[in-house]
Ligand binder design. Structure first.
Ligand code: HAM
Length: 428
């Protein structure tokens, strides 16, 4: 076969068998989120490019290198649109635009869907990937217990989805003022060691000095380890972070405090966290998140209100990678209808539709064929019963019902077939 077209690099088809796995995973994720009082929100997969620039930061890799902009969109917008690289910015936009603040004291939202980043593809790093994300927003959303709740939800989701021993790292970047002060301090400290920093970090140094902290380069790591033992947070920020840690301990969530964890998005303040899993190679973060108290104001929220906001996103593809081979439950139908002669095919179709309209899952072999080949197809379909329309049956306005597991067979009147099948099928 001449395969002229291929799926775009960094994306993949999710074929029917695997979709069953995704369905199960999404079902479970929705159940767990709802059990914590979170409600689902669905926003468009593209937004005003400026929304991402303003929220994620113009110096971040996601905005600088990975934003997939829609070339044809510039006619009606000065900046045009871009495919969403993540969900937080859109949820905050939606929160403000739809006045959710007036409808509920605290908005606890979750989303499941595709995100797009123009990255160089590698294992666990895709251009289209999927996230399960949650965001909590509200005038009263500045409690350390909410930080603990959000982290607890992320950990429970991962556990229930089957990720073994997810490792949690947390840190605090402090308030907006702390961040500005720490930025100057880091710049002054790293200035003494620029010759030991990698070219990337020398560039980051001016634009976003925090990113030097999580550079993977060996020499940069040595400088970081030497310079930064702890981030010098203000007393209230330290106090807040202590309360988050106490809350996590109180509900038995193990964590490691990592003063070098910063995350690649500008909007974070105070608590940031990352969860890794084994077996993923260099892209081992299955989820990450943090607080972003300033973003609602940044995107046009009421200046008189002091908002709190925190959330996370888990990468579905990375979760699946970490699970390895998972047995996929077969998606069997209950009934397979077959006709022994080409001319009975319309009757077979009629019976098929009768069953389906009564809520019984059923299929037929549209190509017809010999009894043997049709039986083979019935077997493959996994159907519990095969309905056979042979000469005798059609003459007597009946149908043969073959139990595929027990290899028994009985004849049932056509006008009683739905009732009969409902009686013999086990309860679902
Ligand atoms: P993020 O760290 O950029 O955060 O992404 C969260 C998770 O999405 C990652 O830990 C990873 O599992 C997955 N992920 C990210 N990029 C890729 C990729 N190219 N291929 C496969 N998986 C990927 C955010 O997106 C923030 N919006 C999280 C958040 C929500 N913070 C607050 N609220």
């Amino acid at each position: 076969m001449n395969k002229t077209f291929a799926v775009p690099r960094g994306t993949s088809d999710i074929l029917p068998d695997t979709v069953l796995l995704w369905e199960a995973l999404e079902f479970l994720a929705r159940k767990v989120c709802k059990s914590y009082g979170y409600k689902e929100v669905r926003t468009p997969i593209f937004e005003d490019t400026n929304l991402f620039k303003r929220s994620l930061g113009t110096t971040t890799d996601i905005v600088n290198k990975q934003l997939l902009e829609l070339a044809s969109s510039k006619e009606d917008q000065e900046e045009g649109y871009a495919l969403r690289p993540e969900g937080t910015a859109a949820v905050v936009r939606s929160y403000i635009e739809n006045d959710l603040e007036k409808k509920e004291p605290l908005s606890k939202l979750f989303y499941i869907g595709p995100m797009f980043r123009g990255e160089r593809p590698q294992k666990g790093r895709l251009r289209q990937f999927h996230q399960i994300g949650v965001e909590v927003l509200g005038p009263n959303a500045a409690s350390p217990l909410l930080d603990a709740e959000v982290i607890a939800l992320a950990m429970q989701l991962l556990r229930e989805l089957g990720v073994k021993e997810p490792q949690l790292k947390i840190n605090s970047l402090g308030s907006k003022e702390d961040k500005a002060r720490i930025s100057s301090w880091l710049r002054a400290e790293f200035a003494k060691h620029t010759d030991r920093l990698c070219p990337d970090c020398r560039a980051r140094f001016e634009r976003n000095v925090f990113r030097v902290l999580d550079c993977k380069n060996e020499s940069c790591r040595k400088v970081v380890a030497q310079v930064v033992k702890d981030l010098p947070l203000s007393v209230p920020s330290q106090e807040y972070f202590k309360q988050v840690q106490a809350a996590l301990k109180s509900v038995n969530i193990p964590f490691e405090v990592s003063p070098h964890l910063v995350r690649g998005l500008d909007y974070y303040t105070h608590t940031v966290f990352e969860i890794t899993a084994a077996g993923l190679g260099s892209q081992d973060a299955v989820g990450a998140g943090g607080r972003y108290n300033g973003l609602v104001h940044e995107l046009g929220g009421n200046p008189k209100v002091s908002y709190g906001a925190i959330g996370f996103a888990l990468g579905i593809e990375r979760i699946l990678l970490s699970l390895g081979e998972v047995p996929i439950p077969p998606a069997n139908i209950n009934i397979f209808v077959m006709s022994m002669k080409e001319e009975y095919q319309p009757l077979a179709f009629l019976v098929l539709q009768l069953l389906r309209k009564s809520g019984i899952s059923a299929d037929m072999n549209f190509a017809g064929g010999s009894m043997k080949s049709q039986m083979g197809k019935a077997d493959k379909s996994g159907a519990r019963f095969a309905l056979i329309l042979g000469e005798e049956e059609v003459k007597n306005k009946s149908v043969a019902v073959k139990d595929m597991r027990q290899s028994t067979q009985e004849t049932v009147a056509l006008d009683k077939i739905v009732e009969h099948i409902k009686n013999v099928l086990p309860e679902e």
